[in-house]
Structures are given as C-alpha cells and as structure tokens.
Design a protein around this ligand. Sequence first.
Ligand code: A2P
Length: 281
Amino acid sequence: MSPAQETNIPTVTLNNGVEIPQLGFGVFQVPPEETQRIVEDALEAGYRHIDTAAAYRNEAGVGAALAASGIPREEIFVTTKLRNGEQGIVKEVFQRSRDALGLDYLDLYLIHWPVPSQGLYVQAWANMEDLHADGQIRAIGVSNFLEDHLDTLLKSARVVPAVNQIEIHPTLQQRNVAAKSRSLGIAVEAYSPLGQGADLGADPVRKLAEKYDATPAQVVLAWHLAQGTIVIPKSANSGRIRENLGAVSVTLTDAELADITALEAGVRIGADPATAAFTQM
Ligand code: A2P
C-alpha cells in the first residue's frame, strides 16, 4: 500500500470531473533552496497534492522533488499560478512554469490575483482556456477572486473556473465569496487555512483538540474539510507536515463546527484582492 492510501485523503470532484485531493501541501514562503527537501518529505508522508506559484520562486524545487520521488506522475496533483505582472503573456510564462516543474501537463493553473487595476484578468483567462483546450492543463481556476471579479469573468468565460483559492481560516471566512463560488460550481480552496498559525490558540480550538486527543491544527483543518473546502496547509517541519495529515481522522459535531465558525472576526492576513496591485507576485 502506498503512503497516500494509508493516509486516506478524501478527494473533491471539480466541475469538469477532475479529482483533487482535499488536503494538499502548500509551499508559500518555503525558501527555494529548501523546497526540494521539504516537498520530498511531504510526498513521503503521503501528500499527493502540491500547491506552488511562479511568484513563490520555488517551482524548480517542487519539480526536483517530484522527479526524485519516483511516484508516477498521474498520482500527484500539481497546482501553480500565473504571476500578476505576467497576465499579459500567459502562454509564454505557462511554458516557463511547466519547464521549471519538469512536467508535461499541469493539473491546475490559477490566476493568482485579479489585480483589477491592471484590467488584464479577462484576457488572461481566455489564454488559459486555450491552454486547457489544448490539453496542457487539466483544470483552470482563479485565486483571490471576490464576487465582482467572478461576475466580470463569467460574462465572457467559456470555461467556469474549477477552483477559487482564497484566504480562509476561522478568523476570516469570506463566507459570501465562498458561497457564491460554490453556487457557481466553483470549488473553494483555502490558503492560510491555519491563519498562518494565528488561529490555533483560540479557545474552542484548544478545547476540541483536548477532547479528541488531536492537535489544534488538526481541529482547524478538520473544520475546513467538514465544509468541503480544499486545504493546503504549509509547514517546513517534518513532524507538523505529518501531523496535519492526521486531520482527516478528526470528525467534529455540528455544534463543534459552529463553535469554530463563531470565531469569524474579519481578520485578513494577506492583501485585500480588491486593491492588491503588486506585480512581483
Ligand atoms: P512551520 O512551517 O514552522 O510548521 P498556513 O498554512 O495557515 O499558512 O500556516 C502556516 C504556518 O503555520 C507556518 O508558520 C507553520 O510553521 C505553521 N504550522 C503549520 N502546521 C502547523 C501545526 N500543525 N502546528 C502549529 N503550527 C503549524
């Protein structure tokens, strides 16, 4: 039995029939020089879904880990993202990402941020639709899209995004964006699912961890999983990489889920997608 089977990670079926492991491994803020080692460790632990981005500057490290693992390509789900400053040259930079990752095809390619002030995301989407039609990407989606960005995109989209990856954790749930995404058939994927660690000390989280002989991170991830949300926790620590996989074995009651949901506080850690206009990302 392979490690992935042992960890029993559920999958979510996207709107085009593609299956994505619901618990993946994110490499935001993983330094390029440590990425290969850390991703190899995550693959060994049993993760079969890796989430990177051109902007993280660690695609090559992810690619090296994928190659070194010897795991068949089709058993690993790989996501990368279009950098903001490159929305006008999608086809060129997609090939660059694919080469850095050493892959023939990508499982999921996302527009990283809408950058409304740039006015390029609709055109970028059309280019991604072409790559998808070409078979170079199994699914295409967006990240950091708020409701009005989804509305604008869908006016001319031929393909409904498969995923909207947004910041979600107990103290920032973006419930309206998540509900709208789901109503359109767009799967919701949470980045910073642990609030970058900040939400782990909350009272109900600590109490539930004690009750279930679990850790706070496992409780928070179990809360996400119970809502059908795809999660990509990041850790550079071998023990915590494995600990986070244990979330799939934690089942909370409806009342317990509601106690965590009640932690909503509108605390955004990352940038506000309505105004974020950085081009280095
Ligand atoms: P580290 O890399 O030292 O493990 P998020 O995925 O929400 O962005 O959170 C990532 C942050 O949370 C990182 O700082 C990471 O630190 C920390 N983290 C990841 N997993 C755990 C865990 N199981 N327990 C405590 N902190 C964690």
